[in-house]
Write a protein that binds this ligand. Sequence first.
Ligand code: ZN
Length: 331
Amino acid sequence: MFNYPPAPLPGEHAASVIYRTFQQNCHQRIETWFNTHLKTPFFEMPQRIWVPVYEHLAEALQVYFSKASFIKQFTNLTDYTLFLSPQNFDSGYPSCIFHDLAKRKFEHGLQVITDRVWRYCPDCAVEDERRFGTAYFHTEHQQYHRLSCLRHGCYLKATQTQKFSLPPLDREREDIIAEVSILERQLQKLINIIKQVPSPERKPRLLSLLKQKLGVSRLHRLRDHNLKGMREAHVYLAEAFNNTPMRHFFRWGALCADRYPLNAPHGLLTMLQPDRFYHPMIYLMIAVTFLDEQEQNLLVELPFRGENPREPLPLVIIPESFKAPSCFGGV
Ligand SMILES: [Zn+2]
């Protein structure tokens, strides 16, 4: 794919490095390469289609970076493994990141790395053009929970079409508002806490906290549940998905309408089953919607669970101060 090792710019994302390298190379067009090797029209590509191509870049740069450090520095792929364990993959890490992750599907047809847009900061684009002669995509901006450029304090913009091109230089910056900045900080804090928990324990612990808050942790049959409370929780969650600033970057599909799973009594409970796999952003959204910061304590001691996801969850230790809202049925 590359005749010589490409030269990435500071903080540049792998897709951007690959695209620029093809642009500079007069011998091969990127459209032709994608059509030939991936059997995918280049201009109809969500981010996931790029994933297998990153390995070619990793090989071209292997003198400078191990595969694991390449993935960390040039891609945001490990973000998608937040709630996945090594046993969720067929091949060994880090090869699994390139091969298995691109194929992986989440519930409701949400393919991992569904994001169809690329994010950029208008100020960074202008600065990069001035410093390096080209705008480019930054790895940090592609994180799915990222809404603003931390350097410039403005909203990230989404590329307008599925057609891949480098960030435009003519977009106006918009200052980020306090509410969005708080959400972004909450999400980052929650991710940092989750990352401190061993990967097989992350989802069970988060789901256990959520079930406890919703007052459903001790109930195993649907008819035992407080149906009114669950309906209110569904409305609350649908509103959160409808009104979040994240909606610019995601298509939540059924989650934000009056459709399954949120219109069924057991909808949210189904989403909280440990053997279901949703996009990690969905778990994060549910967590920040229902749990306040003190309640996002995933570090409480839990006995290590077996690998059977259907095994009943042990209760987490209920903090002294815990009070479940009455609309969720209480504990
Ligand atoms: Zn910026």
